[in-house]
Ligand binder design. Structure first.
Ligand code: PEP
Length: 252
């Protein structure tokens, strides 16, 4: 039985002070919530403040990106070890905004995933098709490629401990979420492939989140899909009360 996970991706929103205040409020709101894991991923500059404010609570903190090298002449980049030092324990890898706006590929996703695991952190690896790919009936083939190339070399044990996020690109930040049936079909396919490539036990332990315009009003029907293990939430995670409603809605 997989514990659902709700992860909030703040994108480029909230200062360190705003993030700390958010965590203080969320801690209070989550006091009587059980049966669901919660992670927030603020900007790099807020990671240390977030981890400090979350210390002693069940709220996990994650970064939104990472560089694969341990250190070096890579102006503007941040390594997994530096992220770990802030107190963060998760890293989002290969978000579609990184892929489309910053040129990330399955190959760079793979290097980042390896760096995150090597640092003892948990990757949240994002996959998902564009609208054009869906219209051309390429969704499942795209997912296959992203899993095969992005997770290349991962062991069954590593797969079991990591998190995947199926995020159809056409649903991110658009207000248009996948229907539960569309999400269910993609998640079923992903689980089958994980089983085929990493073995039954690992595939059953790996959590696969849905992401794309998740809101308090649609989380329950998405989370009710058998292979959906929670959600990666962008816009609706920015307000602690709406994030709480999503967290509660994920407990099926
Ligand atoms: C995201 O940023 O991963 C995301 C799913 O955004 P939104 O919930 O705003 O669509």
């Amino acid at each position: 039985m997989r514990t659902p996970l709700i992860a909030g991706n703040f994108k480029m929103f909230k200062t360190a002070a705003e993030t700390a205040a958010y965590v203080v409020e969320l801690r209070e709101l989550l006091k009587d919530v059980r049966g669901v894991d919660v992670v927030i991923a603020p900007p790099f500059t807020a990671l240390h403040a977030a981890a400090g404010a979350a210390a002693g609570s069940a709220i996990g903190v994650g970064a939104q990106n990472v560089h694969w090298e341990r250190d070096g002449a890579f102006t503007g980049e941040v390594s997994a070890g530096m992220i770990r030092e802030t107190g963060a324990r998760f890293v989002i890898v290969g978000h579609s905004e990184r892929r489309t706006l910053f040129g990330e590929t399955n190959a760079t996703v793979n290097k980042k995933m390896n760096a995150v695991i090597a640092a003892g952190l948990t990757p949240i690896v994002c996959i998902g098709e564009t609208l054009e790919q869906r219209d051309r009936n390429e969704t499942l083939a795209v997912l296959d490629r992203q899993i095969k190339e992005g997770l290349d070399g991962a062991t069954g044990e590593q797969l079991a401990a990591m998190v995947l996020a199926y995020e159809p690109v056409w649903a991110i930040g658009t207000g248009r979420n996948a229907t539960p049936a569309q999400a269910g079909e993609a998640h079923f396919h992903i689980r089958q492939r994980l089983k085929q490539w990493f073995g039954l036990e690992s595939s059953e332990r790996c959590r696969v989140l849905y992401g794309g315009s998740v809101k308090p009003g649609n989380i329950a029907s998405l989370a009710a899909q058998p292979d959906v293990d929670g959600a990666l939430v962008g816009g609706a995670s920015l307000d602690p009360k709406s994030f709480l409603a999503i967290i509660r809605g994920a407990v099926v």
